[in-house]
Design a protein around this ligand. Structure first.
Ligand SMILES: [Zn+2]
Length: 163
């Protein structure tokens, strides 16, 4: 088992706790030279820049990790084109009529309904409102491992039922 250097993010055999710019970090051999005690006394400006940018990277990495653990994302449904077409035909509207209602070009609508173009966020919300359909789905960013195994992955139909 190795360890992750908190400065460069490399997977290394071992890390050592080192103070860098007032923060204690577990660093790989390469990064230990950035530690406060190891300052060479020569011009420190290039090193300082490196440290600052790496610390920022580290912060971003840690935030990202939290998001991945706890958050869910909202994504355009895979079958958005079908949902739009079904929603429109259920109301008996032509693409021209829908286009007139939401102030959108027929050529755009036809591309979206055929799945060759994804609607913009703005258009998604207009379509959802005018057709009373759902195009954005909540998806977990990490698929649970182990759970739900055995071939019974949930379908889009299950998602809709839950709402
Ligand atoms: Zn490192």
């Amino acid at each position: 088992m190795g360890a992750i250097c908190e400065l460069c993010g490399k997977d290394v055999p071992e890390t050592r706790s080192t103070w860098v710019e007032g923060t204690q970090l577990k660093l790989c051999k390469d990064c230990q030279k950035f530690g406060d005690k190891a300052k060479s006394g020569t011009s420190e400006s290039p090193t300082k820049v490196v440290i600052e940018s790496r610390l920022q990277q580290r912060e971003r990495r840690m935030k990202t990790r939290d998001i991945y653990q706890e958050e869910e994302a909202f994504e355009l449904a895979e079958d958005y084109s079908k949902r739009i077409r079904d929603g429109r035909t259920a109301r008996g509207w032509t693409q021209e009529q829908l286009g007139a209602k939401i102030n959108e070009r027929v050529s755009t609508l036809s591309k979206i309904e055929s799945g060759t173009m994804k609607p913009t966020d703005d258009l998604v919300s207009k379509l959802e409102k005018s057709l009373n359909i759902v195009l954005i789905e909540k998806v977990p960013l990490i698929k649970p491992e182990g759970k739900n195994s055995g071939g019974s992955s949930f379908t889009l139909g299950d998602l809709i039922k839950k709402k």
